[in-house]
Each structure stands twice: as structure tokens, then as C-alpha cells.
Ligand binder design. Structure first.
Ligand SMILES: [Zn+2]
Length: 157
């Protein structure tokens, strides 16, 4: 890490702290040459291998883009989607993996999307899990109903 003031090629870490979301580490550094202090942020790399074999860095923006289509016309806001993408990243990072398949992202999207909007969930699942017939939709809807059955009944308004 070059010193941003004098370009000295070495620096000393004087403090480290983990960010609130636990996804990155912020370090205070000091240059032994000029004494200048600066901060760096380190994030563990997380790469995604696509079906084509191409590897690219994980991107929350791509998660949002992937889900947005399924949410068209649904009462889902941009901040809902940003939160969903954050949940997906935290879920994947919590496994400790540094390299995942694109498929794993789809799997991590399904549970939070189901909680967010069931219609969007069905749309996304139908594409992601390649539903082929009405039976596939019926099975997915039955699974949703089963989840509802386990939840406490909502109070009648
Ligand atoms: Zn320096």
C-alpha cells in the first residue's frame, strides 16, 4: 500500500476495525517515511463463476437487476431491493466461501424475495428454476401456502 502523500512503498497499520455490517475491515495506516496517516478499506473478495465459465466479482447491483424484472408492477421499492441484495450478500459471505456459482446467488435470493413479495417470488422462481408447466406453479404455490400455515394467523382488521 503506497503512501498517498509521498508514495513511500510501505505503511504501518495503527488501528483496525470491522465495519458495522461485518463485511469489510477499515485500517488506519501511518507512513514511516513522512508520518502521514490514511485509511484503507479491505473487503474479502467474492467471485462468481457463471455458467459460461467466466468469473466476475460479486455485485449487489446485479442481484438487484436480476430481481427487478420479477418485481415489475409490484409494491417493491428500490430500498427493498437494496436491502434484499444486502441480505443475499450477507447470506453468501456467512458461508465463508470466496468463490461461488451463479446458481448459488439464485438460491440465496429465493427466501428473502419470498418474504418481500410472493408474486415476484413466483415470477423469479419460475424463471430461475425453469418451471415448465402449471404443475410447477401449483407446487410452488402449495409450498407458499404451507409456509403460511406455519405462521401465526394475521389479526383481522
Ligand atoms: Zn509518506
Amino acid at each position: 500500500m503506497y503512501c498517498p502523500f509521498c508514495r513511500h512503498s510501505d505503511s504501518r497499520v495503527i488501528d483496525s476495525r470491522t465495519s458495522d455490517d461485518g463485511l469489510s475491515i477499515r485500517r488506519r495506516r501511518q507512513c514511516p517515511e513522512c508520518g502521514g496517516r490514511f485509511s484503507t478499506t479491505e473487503t474479502a473478495s467474492l467471485s462468481v463463476t457463471k455458467r459460461s465459465g467466466v468469473t466476475e466479482p460479486f455485485s449487489r447491483e446485479k442481484v438487484v437487476l436480476g430481481v427487478k424484472k420479477a418485481c415489475q408492477g409490484r409494491p417493491v421499492t428500490d430500498s427493498d431491493l437494496a436491502l434484499l441484495a444486502q441480505t443475499v450478500e450477507e447470506t453468501i459471505r456467512s458461508t465463508g466461501a470466496s468463490q461461488i456459482e451463479a446458481n448459488d446467488i439464485g438460491l440465496a435470493i429465493l427466501p428473502p424475495l419470498r418474504d418481500l413479495d410472493e408474486v415476484a417470488y413466483l415470477r423469479f422462481a419460475s424463471v430461475y428454476q425453469a418451471f415448465e408447466s402449471l404443475d410447477d406453479f401449483e407446487t410452488a404455490i402449495e409450498q407458499l401456502r404451507a409456509v403460511h400455515g406455519r405462521l401465526p394467523a394475521r389479526p383481522v382488521e
